[in-house]
Design a protein around this ligand. Structure first.
Ligand SMILES: *[C@@H]1O[C@H](CO)[C@@H](O)[C@H](O)[C@H]1NC(C)=O
Ligand SMILES: *[C@@H]1O[C@H](CO)[C@@H](O)[C@H](O)[C@H]1NC(C)=O
Ligand SMILES: *[C@@H]1O[C@H](CO)[C@@H](O)[C@H](O)[C@H]1NC(C)=O
Ligand SMILES: *[C@@H]1O[C@H](CO)[C@@H](O)[C@H](O)[C@H]1NC(C)=O
Ligand SMILES: *[C@@H]1O[C@H](CO)[C@@H](O)[C@H](O)[C@H]1NC(C)=O
Ligand SMILES: *[C@@H]1O[C@H](CO)[C@@H](O)[C@H](O)[C@H]1NC(C)=O
Ligand SMILES: *[C@@H]1O[C@H](CO)[C@@H](O)[C@H](O)[C@H]1NC(C)=O
Ligand SMILES: *[C@@H]1O[C@H](CO)[C@@H](O)[C@H](O)[C@H]1NC(C)=O
Ligand SMILES: *[C@@H]1O[C@H](CO)[C@@H](O)[C@H](O)[C@H]1NC(C)=O
Ligand SMILES: *[C@@H]1O[C@H](CO)[C@@H](O)[C@H](O)[C@H]1NC(C)=O
Ligand SMILES: *[C@@H]1O[C@H](CO)[C@@H](O)[C@H](O)[C@H]1NC(C)=O
Ligand SMILES: *[C@@H]1O[C@H](CO)[C@@H](O)[C@H](O)[C@H]1NC(C)=O
Length: 320
């Protein structure tokens, strides 16, 4: 066997200390990356940045791990959570956010952020929570953003913004989503059936106060984990599909102020039902109130005013 060349031995000698300190060097360098990302974020806060708590606090004088709203991991000392909610911030979210590669949770709710959702957010493969609610984001929900988003995502809150257009099919790629909240935007079109059948892990789906139309797809019966479904204040037509009776975990079902008709489905109203809140007011339901409602042992709140249902007096008999 040949001896390794002296040059190689020399290289190995130089590499040894580097390899030894590799973890430390790696961490420090990358915490610097996190710092640069957040400083870029700060520079995109356009209004009152220097006057805000954040503007004064996010400086290189201290470690980024001490900055307000920033949480670092205890083991890796990298930024894992950013919570700058309700700080009266005005600005955009820059692409640099995509460099916070250890980020698990991003919460910017209750500010005045606007502009595009940066595609670079899809680089963050560890993200579990995104809360962009109650800001001024507008325009269509970006297909590519959903198509490429990490499937580690469990909670996505886009409520109280100005998003318009339809729900992109690509949202169905987020197969581990537990909570999807898009209430109070300007979304329209049908609730896509493919989304409902693909997002089988969804526990909470909030669609209220948009402009959705069309019928409730029967695929809603495939969302076996669903606990809370709220779609009040839309223009949803047709009947409530019987398949809803398959949802053995369903606790809250709000469909107030839509254009639903037909009978209130008795399949939802069995003794086994876990339903606690049922809101069907301001629709066009007809017929008589099914007497099965009296067997729903968990039911705490039931609203059905402003329909064409007879036998309303029974509510008091059964629930009183
Ligand atoms: C920015 O600061 C000015 C005065 O310092 C204040 O009048 C204004 O309301 C602030 N704007 C926001 C959005 O906080
Ligand atoms: C930033 O705020 C944190 C938490 O309130 C505090 O511990 C830290 O000292 C502040 N840093 C500066 C530079 O003001
Ligand atoms: C996020 O920050 C707000 C203050 O801005 C605080 O009230 C809230 O508890 C924080 N949430 C989490 C999950 O740390
Ligand atoms: C961070 O991201 C931006 C934009 O995506 C990129 O231009 C920049 O080179 C990155 N910076 C570092 C320090 O990685
Ligand atoms: C984001 O922060 C707000 C206010 O601090 C809080 O109410 C909300 O629950 C947080 N969002 C998530 C997903 O934790
Ligand atoms: C949205 O945030 C503003 C502060 O920016 C607050 O006054 C308002 O109550 C919030 N709205 C909701 C629905 O949370
Ligand atoms: C949404 O847009 C309307 C104008 O189209 C504007 O008046 C409203 O303030 C916007 N809402 C938010 C939360 O940005
Ligand atoms: C992911 O993003 C790339 C561009 O960055 C795009 O070409 C591709 O179609 C996207 N994938 C999905 C499934 O949306
Ligand atoms: C809601 O959708 C209907 C069509 O279904 C459309 O005519 C109407 O302009 C939309 N309203 C808003 C506020 O977007
Ligand atoms: C949805 O549930 C129905 C039964 O109600 C079943 O036939 C169908 O295969 C399911 N679809 C998916 C995509 O799981
Ligand atoms: C209600 O439950 C009782 C048993 O506790 C059963 O005998 C009755 O048939 C049920 N009524 C309806 C309408 O399902
Ligand atoms: C209400 O239902 C009755 C029959 O149950 C029917 O005659 C009447 O036309 C309906 N009214 C409306 C407004 O749908």
């Amino acid at each position: 066997m040949e001896r390794s060349s002296p040059i190689l031995q020399l290289i190995a000698l130089f590499l040894l200390p580097y390899l030894f300190n590799h973890n430390l060097a790696y961490t420090t360098t990358d915490l610097r990356t996190d710092e640069l990302s957040l400083l870029a974020f700060k520079s995109h806060i356009t209004a009152n940045s220097s006057h805000t708590t954040l503007g004064k606090n996010w400086t290189t004088k201290t470690s980024v791990c001490n900055w307000i709203g920033v949480t670092c991991g205890s083991r890796h000392r990298r930024v894992i959570a950013l919570n700058i909610s309700y700080m009266s911030l005005v600005g955009t979210i820059p692409p640099h956010i995509g460099n916070l590669s250890f980020l698990v949770s991003l919460n910017v709710s209750g500010n005045h952020f606007h502009g595009d959702l940066p595609q670079e957010l899809t680089h963050l493969r560890r993200l579990r929570v995104i809360d962009l609610s109650n800001n001024s984001f507008a325009g269509e929900l970006p297909r590519m953003w959903f198509g490429n988003m990490t499937d580690s995502l469990e909670e996505l809150n886009l409520n109280f913004n100005n998003f318009s257009g339809i729900i992109p099919q690509e949202i169905g790629h987020l197969c581990n989503l537990r909570i999807l909240n898009i209430r109070s935007n300007k979304l329209n079109g049908q609730i896509p059936a493919s989304v409902l059948s693909q997002c089988s892990q969804l526990q909470e789906l909030w669609l209220s106060h948009n402009n959705f139309s069309g019928t409730l797809p029967i695929e809603i019966g495939n969302m076996t984990q669903l606990q809370k479904f709220r779609a009040s204040g839309n223009k949803i037509t047709g009947t409530i599909p019987q398949e809803i009776g398959h949802l053995s975990n369903l606790r809250v079902f709000h469909m107030r102020d839509n254009l639903l008709s037909g009978q209130i489905p008795t399949s939802t109203l069995s003794q086994r039902s876990q339903l606690q809140e049922l809101s069907l007011s301001i629709n066009s339901f007809s017929g008589t109130l099914p007497k099965e409602i009296g067997n729903m042992s968990q039911l705490q709140k039931f609203w059905a005013y402003s329909n064409n249902i007879t036998g309303m007096i029974l509510i008091h008999v059964f629930l009183g």
